[in-house]
Design a protein. Structure first.
Length: 122
């Protein structure tokens, strides 16, 4: 029971009393708060600490799952961004190729001999 109290209190200390500078102080502070609350409510301290530990474990599992989903989503976004980047590169290349073709056609048109203007027949 004492080990459970220390483990739960240490974990809760980081959540409930983050303003305390020392984990030991946080542990003692949280443990004292839990004991005081249990005494006031007439509750079993060990049972309360066990429930709190289970809630922390559940919260940790939930946050771990959320983190995994966020990481997966981030990876998918990175892949989509990479695909867009490749698509943009291809579009730029296609645009550059078209500009080169237009320049060649304009040059060919300028170099082509001009037909004399039509002569008006009287």
């Amino acid at each position: 029971a004492a080990a459970a109290e220390r483990g739960v209190a240490l974990a809760l200390g980081k959540i409930i009393a983050p303003d305390l500078e020392c984990e030991g102080e946080a542990t003692l502070s949280v443990l004292e708060r839990v004991k005081t609350w249990c005494e006031e409510k007439g509750k079993d301290t060990d049972a309360k600490l066990d429930r709190m530990r289970k809630e922390l474990q559940k919260g940790t599992a939930l946050n771990t799952e959320k983190l995994k989903k966020a990481q997966q989503s981030l990876e998918e976004e990175k892949e989509a961004a990479a695909a867009m980047s490749e698509s943009l590169k291809a579009e730029r290349q296609r645009s550059a190729d078209l500009e080169a073709q237009v320049a060649e056609l304009q040059k060919a048109l300028q170099e082509r001999p001009q037909a004399p203007p039509p002569v008006e027949q009287p």
